[in-house]
Design a protein around this ligand. Structure first.
Ligand SMILES: C[S@@+](CC[C@H](N)C(=O)[O-])C[C@H]1O[C@@H](n2cnc3c(N)ncnc32)[C@H](O)[C@@H]1O
Length: 274
């Protein structure tokens, strides 16, 4: 594969998902695009680059993006945001006006550990209360990964990463060698395919948004664009959680860090009023 062919593949990925692949990531193409070559009967990455250059092919482009997204995730990943949410939930629940659901969005949910971690905290905070409706929306660009997430089935290895044994016993059922999320918890989460680069206004407003470990793959202008779109989806007293290596600083002044809470951001009071 020459530089032009690499640039062609990287260009498709960037245009469609925002993910920036620099030339030091050429190995990723080698390792991840093998199945795409077989599926589309292409002899080499060069042939793939040439095919993408010749004419737009929705199915092929989508498959390339799916193959090059990274889906690493784990239950209660990085701890802190979930500790903060657990503290916040009683206030959010008691502050609901009747009929208004509490809305939480996991905006790059991957295989589902993040929205199901949120659902476990919500179930614990509700403690059987039925007078508060909670909606958890989980979205991702990858249709394949969402199909997996919807099943709510995890391996022993996956449940051993970050999930306290108490939560495993309470919220999962053993299913052969795997673990299946309890139906009442599964029913709390709605999965939907969404690209963070597209118009998100139809999703409405959320009390909290988790958008973690995806901005790291974007360039600065794309991070700004996505952060500002998320700020518009956040209620005035809402909280946005980012990943440990992500920040709003230097990217937008619509969001401000919540003092003392690593990875948690609120809507800037000035900007909310504007
Ligand atoms: C590394 S995972 C993070 C999962 C989870 N948020 C966490 O922190 O554990 C990144 C996810 O972002 C998704 N993604 C990448 N680009 C996206 C985009 N433009 N819109 C929506 N999701 C995207 C990928 O498909 C992948 O599932």
């Amino acid at each position: 594969m020459n530089n032009e062919e690499f640039a062609e593949i990287a260009g498709v990925v960037r245009r469609r998902s925002g993910i920036v692949l620099t030339s030091d990531k050429a190995y990723l193409l080698e390792t991840r695009l093998g199945p795409i070559l077989s599926r589309f009967k292409l002899p080499s990455l060069s042939a793939l680059g040439q095919k993408l250059r010749q004419r737009p092919d929705e199915v092929l482009e989508r498959a390339v993006v799916e193959a090059l997204t990274t889906h690493e995730s784990s239950f209660f990943r990085d701890g802190k945001p979930f500790e903060h949410l657990a503290k916040l939930l009683p206030r959010l629940i008691s502050g609901r006006s009747p009929g208004a659901p509490l809305r939480i969005w996991s905006a790059a949910c991957s295989t589902g550990q993040e929205p199901f971690s949120i659902a476990m905290l919500v179930a614990d905070a509700l403690a059987g209360r039925t007078d508060c409706r909670v909606e958890i929306l989980a979205t991702d660009i990858s249709a394949e990964i969402l199909q997996r997430a919807r099943q709510g089935v995890f391996t022993q290895f996956e449940v051993q990463r970050g999930l306290p044994i108490r939560s495993l016993v309470k919220h999962f059922r053993q299913d052969g060698a795997k673990w299946r999320i309890a139906p009442e918890l599964g029913a709390m989460v709605r999965f939907e395919e969404r690209n963070l680069l597209n118009d998100l206004s139809s999703l409405g407003r959320f009390d909290t948004i988790f958008c973690r470990n995806v901005l790291i793959y974007f360039d600065a202008p794309t991070k700004t664009r996505v952060l500002e779109a998320l700020a518009r989806r956040l209620s005035p007293d809402g909280v946005l959680y980012l990943g440990g290596a992500e920040t709003v600083l230097g990217l937008t002044d619509r969001l401000v860090p919540i003092p003392g809470e690593r990875g948690a951001y609120g809507v800037s009071a000035q900007k909310a009023a504007a």
